[in-house]
Design a protein around this ligand. Structure first.
Ligand SMILES: [Zn+2]
Length: 78
């Protein structure tokens, strides 16, 4: 069992990862780990109030901003 930390600044929860327990997901597009809770709460994409954080996160890592999905939201997986 390994552990990860949710990268959302208002969360930072410790997540168990592995051995059939996956409390978080690694998002390659953002080089970020987040709780499955956040993904399941908003399956259509990132909630708009997260975008300011996401865009500065992507910029700090020199990652491209993914194309918005059909709902006009930034996707978790691009
Ligand atoms: Zn979280």
């Amino acid at each position: 069992m390994s552990e990860a930390i949710c990268d959302l600044p208002d969360c930072k929860k410790r997540l168990n990862m592995g051995h059939g327990v996956w409390e978080g997901r690694w998002l390659p597009t953002y080089q970020m780990t987040i709780c499955t809770v956040h993904i399941n709460a908003s399956p259509e994409g990132w909630a708009p109030h997260r975008e300011e954080f996401l865009l500065s996160w992507l910029q700090s890592k020199n990652l491209p901003v993914p194309k918005r999905n059909a709902n006009g939201l930034l996707p978790f997986f691009a």
